[in-house]
Design a protein around this ligand. Structure first.
Ligand SMILES: C=C(O[C@H]1C=CC=C(C(=O)O)[C@@H]1O)C(=O)O
Length: 471
């Protein structure tokens, strides 16, 4: 008589899993090598942010990602495989890491949904050489140990681990089963956050706003001399709170206030977290269909419907805002064409966020499967929504005019799976936090006709996204 271990009852198809693991184990023995095993199991409906908050108690490396349209979330923590990359050929090194891992991955998943299953999670710095005191290198890419994914009302747990000839299958099965139990216990107790987040900041002022305006004036002279046609200049705001910031509370606040944005956080496992709520999708690639957002050109939201409508009409009619926007859509189109694609663009429309509105063009293309997501990423980053035209001159001037390191601000953050699906957004409306210290970032596009005072007002408005989320 065969006895079913009690942990097996929590697994979706324990016999199938057991045979799968036995087969993998045999393969390890036959080939004298280890494999990266990825097992995905269905979960009851859980809240990934609550899981991350309550189960990542060792504050390991973590990643959080949420969109509400369509409703999906990924919470991941711990490391199965990782690479921290520095140096100039970072996209190639990233691809090499992915290829190397892919050769060793064996996946078992109970769903075809692209949200379910193993994901490479990755964040880049804006420049390939980043000097943010080593908190985040030029690229971090990792396969997490644990990943909870949610797509609409379906949830999955993915467990990734290295299997070698001397691994014990029963231990693996019980670890997975115990984690399912732990997660489902937390599952429906959706976090009820206290809503006075923390005490007021001790220091909260925009450093050197005159320095920012001088940089805008210098950039306008460069534009007049036709050295470039657009540059995005950013500024930072450092704040110190009497108590440590809580990334989870901030993420919870952001997702309620910015339903049209990607809500994200990456933690380096050493106490530093980069988080935010960005409207800007660099690209998503699902079943070889690519979508990219050109978002640039901004106006405030009006306090009344009438004023809001007026701001929107002015934004749509402004020749200067249109140029600022077109620099982005034309660049994305040109870069995709350079990859041999035939992108189509939507008509220009408005994207209304709770504190700001933007000009927005959707760009779509089919992508043949010989082009991989990292190639697309390398071609698109940085777009003129965060750098300028030409990219090279703008990046050089950003280095000259900005007095701080952009670190992960305005850089790609996202995921890739083993089937060629990927999604990357641009890390704007963001902050880097460590204990009770935070650095908030915001930038504004400068073209001929820009006004330094108005650009300063625009970045102050953009800084509000994170300022309010941290308070
Ligand atoms: C660079 C930022 O915003 C970009 C995205 C949308 C609108 C922008 C603008 O109107 O200047 C910027 O290009 C930022 O928020 O830090």
């Amino acid at each position: 008589m065969s006895v079913t271990p009690c942990y097996a009852r929590r697994l979706a198809d324990p016999d199938h899993l057991h045979h799968f693991l036995q087969d993998c184990h045999k393969k390890c023995q036959q080939r004298h090598q280890s494999f990266i095993i990825s097992v995905t199991q269905p979960l009851s409906l859980v809240e990934p942010l609550a899981i991350l908050q309550q189960l990542n108690f060792r504050e390991e490396r973590s990643f959080y990602w949420e969109t509400q349209q369509p409703k999906s979330a990924i919470a991941a923590w711990g490391i199965c495989q990782e690479k921290n990359i520095t140096g100039t050929n970072r996209f190639q090194q990233t691809q090499d890491f992915i290829d190397n891992c892919k050769d060793k991955i064996i996946e078992l998943k109970h769903s075809q949904l692209s949200e379910a299953g193993l994901k490479f999670l990755t964040n880049f710095s804006f420049f390939s050489t980043s000097s943010y005191q080593g908190h985040f290198p030029s690229v971090t890419i990792f396969i997490p140990r644990w990943q909870v994914s949610r797509a609409d009302n379906t949830c999955f747990l993915t467990y990734n681990f290295l299997l070698s000839h001397n691994s014990n299958i029963a231990t693996i099965e019980s670890k997975l089963s115990n984690k399912i139990e732990e997660i489902e216990k937390v599952g429906n107790s959706i976090i009820t956050f206290p809503f006075s987040l923390s005490s007021p900041f001790q220091k909260s002022e925009l450093q050197d706003s005159s320095q920012f305006k001088s940089a805008v004036k210098l950039a306008l002279k460069d534009i007049e001399r036709q050295e470039l046609t657009k540059i995005v200049l950013a500024h930072h705001l450092d704040v110190v709170s009497p108590v440590s910031f809580s990334p989870y509370l901030s993420l919870h606040y952001l997702r309620q206030r910015y339903p049209h944005c990607y809500i994200f956080s990456v933690s380096n496992g050493e106490g530093t977290t980069f988080l935010g709520a960005t409207p800007e999708r660099l690209f998503s690639l699902r079943k070889q269909h690519l979508i990219s957002d050109a978002i640039a050109g901004s106006a405030p939201r009006g306090k009344t419907e009438k004023i809001d409508h007026q701001f929107a009409q002015n934004l749509l009619a402004s020749e200067k805002e249109r140029r600022e926007h077109q620099a982005v859509s034309c660049y994305i189109i040109k870069q995709l064409e350079a990859l041999g694609l035939t992108p189509q663009r939507s008509r220009r429309q408005l994207l209304k966020l709770s504190n700001i509105q933007h000009l927005w063009t959707l760009i779509e293309s089919q992508v043949p499967n010989n082009i991989n997501p990292i190639e697309i990423l390398a071609k698109l980053h940085p777009t003129p929504a965060v750098a300028g035209v030409t990219t090279e001159v703008a990046c050089e001037k950003i280095g000259q005019y900005e007095t701080f390191d952009r670190a992960l601000y305005a850089a790609p953050i996202g995921w890739l799976d083993t089937q060629g699906n990927a999604e990357f957004m641009v890390g704007i409306r963001s902050a880097m936090i460590n204990k009770n210290q935070a650095r908030l970032y915001a930038g504004a596009g400068i073209v001929a006709g820009s006004n330094p005072d108005k650009e300063l007002a625009e970045i102050q408005l953009k800084l509000q996204t994170m300022l309010k989320a941290l308070q």
